[in-house]
Design a protein around this ligand. Structure first.
Ligand code: ADP
Ligand code: MG
Ligand code: ZN
Length: 622
């Protein structure tokens, strides 16, 4: 690169060279009088002119004459071209020789000019052309579009001097503990070598998108202060067989030269999928790449200070060979954060933002179950943008509220107008969900109901589980969830006497939950604790499709029956609850149509006083 630079710096001067030459020759010629043959003969015959000096350049056909003469007007240069014939030679040239002062005459063979100049004249244009060529090529290689030259180079980006620290990764205490010893290892691999301890070469981080896998890997590099190579699995996969493999080789070569270091392979499932599976047989390129990756990982000598960290959210499709000892033999699961984790993440990202005093990050954490770290960061960012848009200098709680809704369902479509009939319908539907949430034990708590449309949804209910139960659900909770989801449809049926298309999303979720209760969790009476599920593997994601259905048609029929039984049971329950609390439902519908959004407190007030605003009611109650 540096070489190209110096060349590029020379280019302007090289370009100036021909211009200089042109200018000087033009200046020289400017003093000369170009004569015709006749004028030259006349000059020779003039008595008042003295030829001071002359140079004859002889070639086969012409004689170039250049010289200086002197007359009463002073010195003048002249130039003339004569035909090289015998008459001219014997006549004119002989006269000229006798006329020149002191025999000041020089005869040059046109074919034997100065060899140095001759050579230069021939070489200079060449030099110029090459220089310009080199200049443009070097400029091209600086830009993006000459990837053709570096096909087999790895695309790994090297980041030294990483700024991310453990304190930037919030709420992953167990995960941090797991990687802590890596840091001590990267700081001094020799210690481990002396002890005869073998630190895993490969670590697989598994978890949903946005949970901080990349962040954690970077933090390890940052804490240990070692270089961080990052590459995405997709970068290995190319059209041409063998390219991926040579990229892998190249990457490890680079890494070895800067050990200790971390090699981070994001989305390793792009290359690491099970070999020989999926539609259309194998994929040569991917398999070669994967093989090369395995070979290179085996080739890393113990305790050389290279740690390979890979991330994926699909560990199930990975080739078993990747997970063997000596390769990615340690797995770290990075889960969605729980409530405390969410609070900690919010605090990390709140560091550089300013909030009104009433903003309560803990309440925010309680309201965002299922949000990943990336989602939470996004919420705070959206809120900050909204605050700027409103010309505030601090973020308010309502900014944060709106930001959560946006993250879940896209920006509010305030301009989309409902007809009155539609408004009643949506309000009834959402009120149905809310009533189940309020009165069914084990159902999720309704935090907020709104009929403002967002994204594709007409309105929505923000419901959160009573406790943070992310990992396990009981049968009762699952049934309560189904009942809650059916509440919308039931309310439409009971109140308006007809049903709408608005429930299709709810029904989809209902079916999914009911199906996994029967198939996966063994929660149905007729079938019992048997798993009939093939986990919904997708053949396009590199699973064999021959192993899909492992049960008979009779069992399939039974499964269908059980699913229907569960859903119908919940539907009846929803009907019972809503009929029982019909008054509350009507109140909620009225309030929703009136003010479009209701919070948990509003709902509690409606249940207690029949109205959202208790102040006015309290008087009459007393
Ligand atoms: P992944 O690689 O798991 O998909 P990333 O590590 O790229 O997720 O996370 C995306 C962003 O989300 C990070 O840059 C960070 O701002 C935020 N984030 C995710 N998890 C956390 C966390 N535990 N603490 C703080 N920020 C987080
Ligand atoms: Mg990532
Ligand atoms: Zn619904």
């Amino acid at each position: 690169m540096r070489n190209n630079r110096t060349w590029a710096n020379l280019v302007p001067y090289l370009l100036m060279l021909p211009i200089l030459i042109f200018l000087t020759t033009a200046a020289m010629r400017g003093n000369n009088i170009a004569m015709t043959y006749g004028q030259f003969v006349e000059l020779l015959n003039r008595k008042d002119a003295q030829i001071e000096q002359v140079q004859l350049t002889l070639s086969n056909t012409v004689i170039d004459v250049k010289g200086i003469y002197n007359d009463k007007n002073g010195e003048k240069g002249f130039q003339v071209t004569l035909p090289n014939t015998e008459t001219v030679n014997n006549g004119l040239v002989t006269t000229l020789q006798s006329k020149v002062k002191d025999g000041n005459i020089k005869i040059v063979d046109a074919y034997k000019t100065n060899p140095l100049i001759e050579a230069l004249v021939q070489v200079i244009p060449l030099i110029i052309v090459t220089a310009v060529g080199i200049y443009f090529i070097s400029r091209m290689s600086g830009s993006q579009n000459n990837k053709a030259f570096e096909f087999s180079k790895s695309r790994a980006r090297l980041e030294g001097n990483i700024k991310v620290r453990f304190s930037d990764v919030a709420g992953c205490d167990e995960e941090k503990e797991e990687v802590a010893e890596l840091i001590s290892y990267l700081k001094g691999p020799e210690k481990y070598a002396k002890m005869g301890a073998r630190i895993p070469k490969g670590i697989l981080m598994v978890g949903p998108p946005g949970t901080g896998k990349t962040l954690l890997a970077k933090a390890v590099a940052g804490e240990a202060d070692v270089p961080f190579y990052s590459i995405s699995g997709a970068d290995f996969v190319e059209m041409f067989v063998g390219v991926g493999a040579s990229r892998v080789r190249d990457m490890f070569k680079k890494a070895k030269s800067t050990a200790p270091c971390i090699v981070f392979i994001d989305e390793i499932d792009a290359v690491g999928r099970q070999r020989g599976a999926g539609l259309g047989g194998g994929n040569d390129e991917r398999e070669q790449t994967l093989n090369m990756l395995l070979v290179e990982m085996d080739g890393i000598e113990d305790n050389k200070g290279i740690v390979v960290i890979a991330a994926t959210n699909r560990p199930d499709v990975l080739d078993p060979a990747l997970l063997r000892p000596g390769r990615f033999d340690r797995q770290i699961t990075v889960n969605l954060p729980d409530k405390n984790g969410r609070k900690a993440i919010l605090e990390v990202h709140a560091r550089n933002k300013r909030f009104e005093d009433d903003v309560d990050l803990e309440a925010l954490a309680a309201r965002t179950p299922g949000f990943s770290g990336a989602d939470l960061e996004n919420v705070l960012n959206e809120a900050a943008i909204l605050a700027v848009r409103e010309n505030r200098d601090r973020i308010t709680m309502s900014n944060l509220d709106e930001a959560i809704d946006r993250t879940m369902g896209g920006p509010a479509k305030k301009s989309r107008k409902y007809s009155d009939r539609e408004k009643t319908l949506v309000a009834t539907h959402e009120a149905g969900h809310a009533v189940i949430g309020l009165f069914l034990e084990g159902a999720n708590i309704v935090q907020k109901v709104t009929i403002i449309p967002r994204g594709v949804a007409g309105g929505y209910n923000l419901m959160t589980p009573k406790e943070d139960s992310m990992f396990l659900s009981t049968k009762k909770e699952l049934l309560a969830q189904i009942t809650g989801l059916l509440g919308g449809r039931v309310a439409e049926e009971l109140v308006l006497g007809e049903v709408s298309t608005g429930a299709s999303n709810d029904l989809e979720k209902v079916t999914k939950i009911a199906k996994s209760m029967v198939n996966q969790y063994g929660m149905s009476e007729a079938i019992g604790p048997v798993q009939y599920d093939s986990q919904g593997e997708n053949v396009f994601l590199g699973r064999d499709y021959t192993s899909n259905k492992s049960y008979s048609d009779t069992v399939a029929y039974e499964i269908d029956q059980e699913i229907r039984k569960i859903v119908n049971g919940c539907y009846d329950q929803a009907k019972r609850i809503i009929s029982e609390h019909r008054k509350d439902l009507d109140n909620i519908v009225r309030a929703l149509i009136d003010q479009e959004t209701l919070t948990k407190e509003d709902l509690d007030n409606i249940v207690k006083y029949g109205k959202v605003k208790p102040e006015t009611v309290e008087e009459t109650v007393r």
